[in-house]
Design a protein around this ligand. Structure first.
Ligand code: MSP
Length: 668
């Protein structure tokens, strides 16, 4: 029997504006599911919606609808969003479906019959938005919910309680014996500390909430939403029903994936329900970080008005740019900050520049130097460089995926992309093409480039949903094969048949222009030449200032006052690599440069366009002032300034470094 893999996302609260933060969990789970599927695991990927509770009841009433009518429309929208993001779930469970309700009622009855649930009274504080009961001692000052900060309500009612306390020691022992159970480690420590403070029995029914699953033997009570919701992970597999084939095949889950704020429910309440039912616990509960918004790093939320609509981003930039950004930008587990500028930079640098240009250069050269057909490699003159680079990248990718480090997996693949781009520069096929004695080398170099990309496209299929097909298509292969060919076979070097007629096509990712602001730093309307008072030909004020900055940066400070070292040390100078350069449209002197500075990407605008062509800058190591306040020049943000030497006669020369050194290195 082959291996199997079961992964879940949380089930989502019905909301008509699920934002990019929500999409983050699903896209990550989707990448993992696709990865395991591709590796030949029998895979089950579950998502769905968490529809009961007071919050929905109230919102439905406000909308003048029954709760079911209210959620139906919203759930259709959520399904549509997942379709747009190409979420490959195998099942979508709704907690309002009879197949789920039946199982929850059976679980409740069983726990009651065995004495783990008992009738009692609940007096305490309830946070409706979080659907959570709180002890008075846990509340924030002003009787606010410790999680969301909103007011809680005093609740006193008859309620059934679940004996969490009984399973405290058993759960602690399990966590200690299974270090992989709660990940990342910081969340495991949080959970252990929480449990060690002692678990109170949990109120698991409400009499004041009507929109919920009724307790079968006492129907004035409805079942607490978290007990209801958590059970979806097994109800969807048919647990306890006549047909429990899926349950027998896929339980226990390999990964429950979720944001960090709901790890507590998955790492404490859920395992205790399972222990009480005598079922094995999930192998891993993984709490990822939050996607925060903007430079201030706020949590995205409707009430803050800072939600980013994934649909809008997909329309603007395409589904693969959005997926790549989500999966690559933030180390999985940590919090990350979303800015549109960073999404554009990632797309332009990693996708358009690194990956897109590689394919474009390769297909162009195969057309020009090999008549449009992939040439046959000649083993005697093969250097094996790309074969080794691809093998290493794949090993790095699979090891990272096994640790759920999705961003690292992509970074590993991009090492091979970078190596292949460098390979073109080193091997200079255009020079080989001029020398008939190098015909075998030329053929081999071109083959290696095409073959490396054939394999990289296969390795990209868990993450990107359109690009791998496009790469195979341009390489002249049947695009459907990129996802269907078994992994081992697909990634074996040499699979690209020599003689294949390539089909050079459009760039994989057109460069996205940075959004321009309506006015520059000085408040001038730079989109309107008349506003500068000098006509269309005139240099715009901001451009002048930047050109002057570029010049001033190296003028000899003769006659100026001496400064202390501390003053000099205030200027942070670093080595940067130019990843991309282009003219700022409608200007004479300005170039927009995208730079790599250590692990950071940044953009600067520089007044050197009359001295350097954009193409000759790409790949160069330059020196940049990195702690200048950002400013907008002709509507384009500049985060720093490069150093250049200049003479009064108008000569200009860039300051570079004498020998290769890591970008980000300090200059002092
Ligand atoms: N209904 C509960 C889960 C019940 S599971 C048995 C719930 N739903 S939710 O719609 O609020 O959240 C769904 C997922 O989106 C969670 O994993 C949550 O952490 C994630 N995110 C919501 N906002 C987020 C960010 N800003 N950033 C990252 N993930 C976030 O909780």
């Amino acid at each position: 029997m082959g291996e199997r893999f079961y992964i879940t996302t949380p089930i989502y609260y019905p909301s008509d504006n699920l934002h990019l933060g929500h999409a983050y969990t699903t896209v990550a789970a989707d990448a993992l599911a696709r990865y395991y599927r591709q590796r030949g695991y029998e895979t089950w990927f579950l998502t769905g919606t968490d529809e009961h509770g007071q919050r929905i009841e109230r919102r439905a009433a406000e909308a003048g609808k029954t709760p079911k009518e209210f959620v139906d429309g919203i759930v259709a929208g959520i399904r549509e969003l997942w379709r747009e993001l190409h979420i490959s779930c195998d099942d979508f469970i709704r907690t309002s479906e009879p197949r789920h309700e039946k199982v929850v009622q059976a679980i409740f009855t069983r726990l009651y019959e065995q004495g783990d649930i008992y009738k009692s009274e609940y007096v305490g504080w309830y946070c409706t938005p979080c659907e959570t009961f709180w002890l008075e001692s846990k509340l924030k000052e002003g009787r606010l919910c410790p999680d969301c900060g909103r007011p809680v309500e005093l609740t006193r009612e008859e309620s059934y309680k679940f004996r969490l306390s009984k399973y405290e020691d058993q759960l602690l022992r399990y966590i200690e014996e299974h270090p992989d159970f709660i990940q990342p480690e910081s969340r495991r420590n949080e959970m252990t500390n929480f449990i060690k403070q002692g678990l109170e029995d949990l109120a698991v029914t409400r009499t004041t909430v009507k929109w919920g699953i009724p307790v079968p033997f006492d129907p004035k009570h409805t079942i607490y939403v978290w007990l209801d919701a958590l059970s979806n992970y097994i109800s969807a597999l048919g647990y306890g029903t006549e047909d429990d084939t899926l349950f027998r095949k896929f339980w226990p889950a390999d990964v429950h994936l979720m944001g960090k704020e709901i790890v507590r429910f998955h790492a404490i309440i859920w395992p205790i329900i399972l222990l009480a039912l005598g079922l094995p616990l999930p192998k891993k509960v993984f709490g990822h970080g939050w996607l925060l918004y903007g430079k201030a790093g706020e949590k995205m939320s409707k009430s803050r008005g800072n939600v980013v609509d994934p649909r809008e981003l997909i329309r603007r930039y395409g589904v693969d740019a959005v997926r790549y950004y989500l999966l690559r930008e933030v180390p999985f587990g940590a919090d990350g900050t979303y800015t549109e500028e960073q999404l554009i930079l990632r797309t332009n640098v990693d996708l358009a520049n690194d990956l897109g240009n590689l394919l474009s250069r390769t297909t162009q050269m195969i057309n020009k130097f090999a008549g449009g057909r992939v040439p046959a490699p000649v083993p005697a003159v093969d250097d094996g460089i790309l074969q080794a680079a691809v093998a290493e990248a794949l090993a790095g990718m699979t090891a990272a995926m096994d640790r759920l480090e999705i961003s690292d997996a992509l970074a590993s693949l991009w090492k091979a992309v970078a190596r292949a781009n460098k390979y073109i520069d080193e091997q200079a096929p255009w020079a080989l093409a001029r020398d008939p004695a190098q015909a075998d080398r030329l053929a081999t170099v071109l083959y290696n480039l095409a073959e490396a990309q054939r394999i990289l496209a296969v390795a990209l299929t868990p993450f990107l949903v359109e690009t791998p097909e496009k790469i195979w298509d341009q390489l002249g292969l049947d695009p459907t094969g990129v996802r269907t060919q078994p992994w081992e076979e697909a990634v074996a070097w040499g699979g690209l048949p020599p003689g294949t007629a390539i089909r050079r096509g459009a760039p994989l990712f057109p460069r996205i222009p940075m959004p321009k602001e309506e006015s520059d730093v000085s408040g001038n309307d730079v989109t309107n030449p008349a506003a500068s008072g000098a006509g269309a030909q005139a240099q715009q004020p901001a451009e002048k200032a930047q050109a002057a900055e570029a010049q001033q940066s190296a003028q000899a400070p003769e006659g100026v006052a001496l400064i202390d070292y501390e003053d000099f040390a205030k200027v942070q100078l670093r080595v940067a690599r130019v990843l991309h350069a282009e003219r700022v449209p409608n200007t004479d002197k300005l170039l927009r440069l995208e730079l790599e500075v250590g692990t950071e990407r940044r953009q600067i605008v520089s007044g050197i366009a009359q001295h350097y062509q954009p193409e000759e800058l790409v790949g160069r190591l330059i020196v940049v002032v990195t702690n200048l306040k950002p400013r907008k020049i002709r509507g384009v943000e500049s985060h720093g300034m490069l150093l250049a030497a200049s003479t009064p006669e108008g000569q200009l020369s860039l300051v570079t470094v004498d020998r290769p050194i890591a970008t980000g290195a300090q200059v002092k």
